[in-house]
Design a protein around this ligand. Structure first.
Ligand SMILES: *Cc1c(COP(=O)(O)O)cnc(C)c1O
Length: 433
């Protein structure tokens, strides 16, 4: 399988090149040359397969001979070493819990798969790979933990100072070894801009073997398709399945669209956001208007310029009507988020985190328009990751999972940096020397 840049469909590269580059040299995002379609018989066998077996089938059509089959199996078994259970909340509403990995958020899937792919490809290149990652919270912890101690790799995490939760911060600032955390005096968008600019900087590119681990990397996207297949296979009813995806950079939603193109019978998608409503606004008005991000209680989705939008446009050949047929967008306030967290907790005893709550809100709103759909919303983080908000909202104590306690008892170590590019560029060599 070859991959092209969304800015130039004629320029094809190998999986290795796409994964190592992260972003294409022309600033586009990589997409698979064609999306293979599984036969309808394949889907009738799915419920008998394990999560790992399903994940292997999906990965294999993109990886083909870029990685030997036996090694790809090992990579899958390492990536999918925890479950993604489907939990029934009420009639026709299921939570797909994606937070059972080491950092308790769905980004563990992408980060673990990508670190294994990069370390496999690094062996062929004989150079230390430097992974630059901008995070609004969960990406940093998932990537840092995915790469911790992986030979031949260095990770620099850029995050907006004071804008991530204490627990999130602890998960990528306490690791040491090959992981460095940079506290940027600015917003998440500043962090993302610095990373993008570094990839365009000739001097940095000659000095270091830079790659990206943000959701723009195709190796993050592929494993996110696995759990759409798995969730669908475990649904007791499969008529008119709707997935509602709490979204920020829209990697998760894009992976769902790809799963559908592979033949997975998904009826419709809901793009659910907080007040950073760039994509819902586009769906309603045809206008794509990136803005500075707004701070909300679902802060892992505080994104003002969603990076995967280029892939969404590409999948629909820039046809707004075609996108609207498959995706409905809704945006919700913090007050609505808190209110639904309280409602669901008192009605069904289920604890939503603020991100999952937005997914739930989006699903319920779509079911008002279209009753009788089988709804799945992605529960993207464990509620304990957003302890302050969840406890204050629900007036109850959340039990801390063991995995989080480990990080909380460690000491934060960071370097501070201004948000202008030259400060960052000057600091980088001292970190990496
Ligand atoms: C990153 C993140 C999201 C948003 O996912 P995208 O793929 O960027 O749209 C949602 N919820 C949580 C908890 C996250 O960490």
């Amino acid at each position: 399988m070859k991959f092209y840049s969304t800015n130039n469909p004629k320029q094809l590269v190998s999986l290795q090149e796409a994964v190592v580059n992260g972003l294409a040299p022309d600033n586009g995002l990589y997409m698979p040359e064609q999306i293979p379609v599984f036969s309808s018989e394949y889907f009738t066998t799915l419920h008998n397969k394990s999560f790992q077996e399903i994940a292997f089938d999906v990965a294999n059509v993109f990886v083909e001979d870029a990685i030997p089959t036996e090694h790809l199996k090992r990579i899958i078994d390492h990536t999918i070493s925890f479950d993604a259970p489907l939990v029934k909340i009420e009639k026709n509403v299921f939570a797909l819990e994606l937070f059972h990995g080491p950092t308790l958020a769905f980004k563990d899937f992408g980060a673990r798969f990508m670190s294994q792919l990069l370390s496999h490809f690094a062996q062929q290149q004989n150079r230390e790979i430097v992974i630059l990652v901008a995070t609004s919270g969960d990406t940093g912890s998932a990537v840092a933990n995915g790469f911790l101690g992986v030979p031949g790799t260095r990770v620099v995490v850029l995050y907006p100072s004071g804008k991530v939760s204490d627990i999130q911060e602890k998960q990528f600032t306490t690791l040491g070894e090959n992981i460095t955390a940079l506290e940027i005096e600015g917003t998440f968008d500043d962090c993302q801009r610095l990373v993008k600019q570094a990839f365009l900087d000739e001097e940095l590119k000659t000095k270091f073997f830079l790659t990206s681990a943000n959701s723009i990397n195709i190796a993050r996207l592929i494993p996110q398709a696995f759990y759409y297949f798995y969730a669908w296979s475990r649904l007791p009813e499969k008529e008119k399945v709707v997935f509602s995806i709490p979204s920020g950079n829209f990697g998760n939603l894009t992976a769902g669209l790809i799963a559908k193109r592979m033949g997975l019978p998904i009826h419709h998608f809901v793009a659910a956001t907080n007040k950073n409503d760039i994509v819902p606004h586009y769906l309603i008005t045809k206008e794509f208007l990136p803005k500075p991000s707004l701070s909300t209680i679902s802060n892992a989705m505080d994104v003002g310029n969603p990076s995967n939008f280029a892939r969404m446009l590409d999948l629909f050949r820039h046809n707004h009507d075609a996108m609207l047929k498959e995706i409905t967008g809704y945006s919700f306030s913090d007050d609505e988020t808190r209110e639904i967290m309280r409602n669901v907790f008192s009605k069904s005893g289920y604890t939503l985190d603020p991100h999952g709550a937005i997914g739930y809100l989006g699903l319920k709103k779509s079911q008002v328009q279209n009753p009788n759909t089988v709804g799945v919303f992605l529960e993207t983080a464990h509620p304990a990751k957003f302890l302050d908000v969840v406890e204050a909202t629900l007036q109850t104590k959340i039990t801390m999972p063991d995995g989080l306690n480990y990080f909380l008892n460690r000491k934060k170590e960071t370097l501070k940096c201004q948000s202008d590019f030259s400060s960052f560029k000057n600091l980088l060599p001292t970190i990496l020397s």
